[in-house]
Design a protein around this ligand. Structure first.
Ligand SMILES: Cc1ncc(COP(=O)(O)O)c(C=O)c1O
Length: 430
């Protein structure tokens, strides 16, 4: 295992080796920009990620980079947690360095043991099965429906065995999943625990309550491609006092993210803002990525894609990240309103172009992290089609059943279709 300094040194060597590639990428981008300028096309399209980063977040990141005295001040984290529970109408919350870590805390709290089975959607992000694998839990993949890309209740019933202990359901793309109530009822009847994966759905509501308050516990993500953004970060939530005490046990033994990590993360706020949000991102993005090349940090490492637990996994959130979270929370309702307004435009586009909009189940208020539709398989491969037609860069979540890694998931025909045909439009274009 390598320590943090070695890790950074290793990354720096990789960056040095990657300079030619970086220069090539910048050159290619700028050549494209010149072509766009000549042909009168727009220089930017709405970004799929980091939509909620603004200049005020950059100011916060710079302030924390300049003055490091409060980096270990956990009262700011406590303030973030109490703001989140108030806003989310929940009882207990714990802030970690990723939704995936918050999920690991939930797994620990539920007392799941090696040999237990958990049912997961066969269309998910690889860090979700990873968290169960790290704990030695057996994973059973279940097919999804294609209305909201959530677990399909009829398939789910068939997957339950005497070893099943828990179901993980997700509200993908910010849509409240179609079979939500039926899954909760089934779990109750069978004595199974429910974990709600709200990584895409912070702020979505069902029957007037925020999702994440219906199962036994839930987790949220503030990774840079999500509803709100601290570059990396996540929250575990429960309304059950006993589970909260167990999550607290996990939380108390979790180390804080270290200084090298925090430094990189704060720089990534700046990088992401100039790459994805600033109106001049067509050139400022490249400039910033060159300037801070050594600070660039990916959310999911190669190790995680390969199924290994990285050294930095399992950490608690430090003050600078919580300060960003507090600022993002102030804006989240406004951005979620923008997402719903944007979705109306995509609804209209679907109607005009013969595509089916995602389902909004009765009594639900989605938040549309992205606006997913099923298209012909060749269109998922063809970014120029989307640039020409809806005029955006399409998102390709997910290109495998366990995005972005490839794991064997069999017997999930709807998930197979989603992998080949689901594209997503940006959630915020207004
Ligand atoms: C469906 C889903 N669940 C969980 C996660 C994990 O969240 P985080 O990146 O904060 O660990 C992600 C994204 O990474 C996701 O897409």
């Amino acid at each position: 295992m390598i320590n943090e300094t070695e890790h950074t040194a290793k990354q720096d060597v990789t960056i040095l080796k990657n300079w030619p590639r970086l220069i090539y990428r910048v050159g290619r981008n700028q050549a494209k920009n010149i072509l766009n300028l000549i042909s009168g096309r727009s220089l930017t399209t709405p970004s799929l990620v980091s939509a909620t980063l603004d200049q005020d977040d950059v100011t916060i990141a710079k302030k924390w980079l300049k003055d490091r005295r409060q980096w270990r001040d956990q009262s700011i984290v406590a303030q973030y947690e109490s703001e989140f529970v108030r806003w989310n109408q929940s009882k207990h919350v714990f802030a970690f360095m990723g939704g995936r870590v918050a999920l690991s805390a939930c797994i620990y709290a539920l007392g799941l043991q090696p040999g237990d089975e958990v049912i997961l959607p066969g269309y998910t992000c690889v860090v979700v099965p990873n968290a169960f694998n790290y704990a030695g839990i057996d994973i059973v993949y279940c097919d999804i429906e294609l209305d909201t890309y959530g677990l399909d209740i009829t398939q789910l019933e068939k997957k339950i065995t005497p070893k099943t202990r828990a179901i993980l359901l997700h509200h993908l793309y910010g849509l409240v999943c179609r079979d939500f109530e039926a899954i909760l009822n089934l779990a109750k009847r069978c004595g199974l625990k429910v974990i709600e994966d709200c990584a895409h759905a912070t702020g979505a509501e069902y029957k007037g309550r925020k999702v994440g308050n219906f199962g036994d516990c839930a987790f949220y993500s503030s990774e840079q491609s999500k509803i709100f953004n601290t570059t990396q970060g996540g929250l575990a939530v429960t309304n059950d006092d006993d589970l909260a005490a167990k999550i607290k046990e996990y939380y108390d033994q979790a180390p804080l993210a270290d200084d090298v990590w925090i430094d990189k993360l704060l720089h990534n706020v700046i990088i992401n803002f100039y790459q994805f949000k600033h109106p001049g991102r067509w050139w400022l993005g490249d400039l910033t990525s060159l300037r801070y090349a050594s600070k660039y940090q990916v959310s999911t490492t190669r190790e995680e894609e390969e199924g290994n637990r990285p050294e930095h996994y399992g950490r608690r959130m430090p003050a600078p990240v919580a300060a960003l979270g507090l600022n993002q929370l102030r804006k989240i309702d406004d951005y979620n309103r923008k997402r719903r307004e944007t979705a109306k435009l995509w609804d209209q586009w679907c109607q005009n172009n013969g595509y089916t909009p995602p389902l909004v189940i009765p009594n639900s208020t989605p938040v549309y992290l992205r606006y997913p539709i099923l298209v012909e398989p060749e269109k998922k491969q063809n970014t120029y089609w989307a640039l020409k037609n809806p005029g955006v860069n399409i998102g390709v979540w997910f290109v495998s059943h366990t995005h972005p890694a490839i794991r064997e998931v069999v017997g999930c025909p709807n998930a197979d279709i989603a992998v080949k045909q689901c594209i997503n439009f940006p959630g915020v274009i207004l």
